[in-house]
Write a protein that binds this ligand. Structure first.
Ligand code: ADP
Length: 587
């Protein structure tokens, strides 16, 4: 139900009957499902999750210690909503969209925030509104009526809210206004401000989803090259501790060619989230030179905060992402970690004494996950434009065991799987994305983009690399039994080529100035250089040159320096001609 229809006010308070961690029951509360309520004398924020006769069950988004039976519960009569408007970029919110810096100022610390209210966007700040409509223009829901420079990087489009009727513009302002002041009026009496509310559990309306055909270019060779994600696609990263999950997510936030980044830190260990909160504001945006936060919204819910707030983090984040999508932007949303959200569902469900499903998770785990990922996509917008949300969910399987329910249910939904591997990380192979276990179901639909924008034989060259890596995987078993020298020469050579694929191409150093980002052309060029080595080396082998002589040439090890080479084109050209020369000289 939309905000505009929320007219009836509820004036009767309920009374707390019981408190069990984040789950509170109340009697005599006149409420509907998902209404936001204020619980106890301190007015802690909660949401109605079950109604049975006169008994209402509420999940509370703040710590409930000290709250007891008999205290009042007040219903707002409104669903959990976010306030959408300029100022969200460069903001750090908690799970119910309270700005952490404002809370900190009010409370002196980020972790003492019970019962404190703070608006999601600054209601006093004035923004320069530049109209894009004139009196007499007809506008419909979703149409852009003006623009605000939100940050140095992002133009914020002020849109007719989706639940308006639309009509003819009767007056339009220009100049400095707060988000609450009316900037455009319509002939049916509707007034448009620079902000709008939206209930988080309801997807913002959009037209049809389209098949995504453009990659979200990450600048990471293993991701772009082998397991690409589409703009509007879904991906999962399971990350055992120390496997490089944080670095991978930060690389995506920094380098992927999304316009907007929404980063949800959902109940990860407190210190890790603090790291993100401290690191992100320092990061430069390599695309623009501006701070990365100028196109980023962080939603942070550390594990010090109660479990129920993890869920609201997820919904708040995806709703903010949809709002920027509606402006026509390509949004990348990172959720770290969806396992913590699932654990919150498990805890709430067990307190509700629901029938547990697999490993104690509620039976609706799969449905909740898919409802969240469903909100990703490349969309036709209601204003006729296009926008996308790509969702990357981190998963933290206990003990790195992918057979557990959260990983398994996520895998059924997402189409790209980047399996971080603790063994690879231990061997310092980064990014530690395991090429045997990972996959992307977008490959085929994205190939035409790569063929058009990079090189026409893109998919063949990639397939060649995949085949070599597969063969290496098979040969490894034999090597472990009998040793490498027992293999025929051609297989020994294949192992050598595969080693260069791993070391020179799949490995990429996020901490190196040059190597940290690899443009698609360079990803392709590095791969074809290794293929040149392969082709020339096999020619030499066919001509009778012993494999030790082939692998001994001094041009080959230089392949390992391609990633860090500043002028990569010249560098690779030279390696290729040296490879040819040195190998042909052997026969
Ligand atoms: P996690 O979040 O999974 O615990 P991190 O992302 O903090 O792990 O990574 C652990 C360490 O691994 C980092 O401090 C860094 O030294 C190294 N590392 C991870 N990814 C890369 C990468 N792509 N390039 C270079 N080093 C990396």
């Amino acid at each position: 139900m939309s905000q505009a229809e929320q007219t009836e006010t509820v004036d009767e308070d309920g009374v707390i009957e019981s408190v069990s961690g984040p789950v509170v029951t109340a009697t005599d509360l006149d409420a509907r499902m998902n209404d936001v309520v204020y619980v106890g004398d301190e007015g802690l924020m909660g949401e109605v999750i079950e109604i049975e006769g006169n008994l209402t069950t509420i999940q509370v988004y703040e710590e409930t210690s000290g709250v007891g039976p008999g205290e009042p519960v007040e219903n707002t009569g409104e669903p959990l909503s976010v306030d959408l408007g300029p100022g969200m970029m460069d903001s750090i919110y908690d799970g119910v969209q309270r700005p952490l810096d404002v809370l900190e100022d009010k409370m002196g610390t980020a972790f003492l925030d019970r019962g404190v209210d703070a608006p999601g966007i600054d209601l006093e700040k004035k923004w320069e509104f530049e109209p894009e409509v004139e009196e007499g223009d007809a506008v419909e829901p979703g149409d852009v009526v003006g623009v605000v420079e939100e940050t140095v990087t992002i133009d914020h489009k002020v849109m007719v809210p989706p639940d308006y009727e639309g009509g003819e513009v009767t007056s339009v302002e220009s100049g400095e206004f707060t988000v609450e002041e009316t900037v455009v009026e319509l002939d049916n009496g509707e007034e448009i401000q620079m902000h709008q509310e939206w209930p988080v559990r309801q997807a913002r309306p959009a037209g049809d989803k389209e098949t995504p055909t453009e990659p979200l270019v990450t600048g990471q060779r293993v991701q772009d090259g082998l397991f690409p994600l589409a703009k509007g696609g879904t991906a999962a990263i399971p990350g055992p501790f120390g496997s490089g999950k944080t670095v991978t997510q930060q690389q995506l936030a920094k380098w992927s060619d999304a316009d907007i980044v929404v980063y949800i830190g959902c109940g990860e260990r407190g210190n890790e989230m603090t790291e993100v909160i401290e690191d992100f504001p320092e990061l430069p945006d390599p695309q623009t030179g501006n701070p990365l936060m100028a196109r980023t919204c962080l939603i942070a819910n550390t594990s010090n905060m109660p479990v129920a707030a993890r869920e609201s983090c997820i919904y708040t984040g995806i709703t903010i992402a949809e709002y920027y999508r509606d402006m026509g932007y390509d949004v990348a949303l990172m959720a770290d970690s969806t396992s913590r959200w699932a654990e919150a569902m498990r805890e709430i469900s067990s307190r509700l004494e629901e029938m547990p499903g697999e490993e104690g998770y509620p039976a609706y785990l799969a449905a909740s996950l898919s409802e969240f990922y469903e909100r990703a996509g490349k969309f036709q917008l209601i204003n006729g434009g296009e926008g996308s949300i790509s969702v990357v969910g981190a998963v933290s399987p206990p003990g790195g065991d992918f057979s557990e329910p959260v990983t398994q249910n996520t895998l059924r939904i997402v189409k790209t799987f980047w399996a971080l591997d603790a063994d690879l990380a231990e061997r310092r192979h980064f990014p530690s994305i395991n090429w045997n276990e990972s996959y992307s179901l977008y490959k085929d639909q994205l190939d035409p983009w790569w063929e058009e924008n990079v090189e026409s034989d893109w998919s063949e060259v990639r397939q060649w690399a995949v085949d070599v890596l597969d063969e290496e995987d098979e040969l490894q078993e034999i090597v472990q039994l009998v040793g490498k020298d027992a293999l025929p020469e051609d297989q020994q050579l294949t192992l050598e080529v595969a080693r260069y694929l791993r070391e020179a191409w799949l490995q990429q150093n996020a901490l190196h100035d040059v190597d940290t980002y690899c443009e698609p052309d360079k990803t392709y060029r590095m791969l074809t250089a290794i293929k040149t080595f392969n082709d020339e080396a096999f020619d030499a082998l066919d001509a009778g040159v012993p494999v030790e002589e082939i692998t001994d040439i001094d041009a080959a090890p230089r392949l390992n320096r391609m990633g860090t080479a500043e002028e990569y084109e010249a560098f690779i050209d030279e390696i290729e001609s040296d490879l040819e020369e040195q190998l042909r000289a052997l026969y």
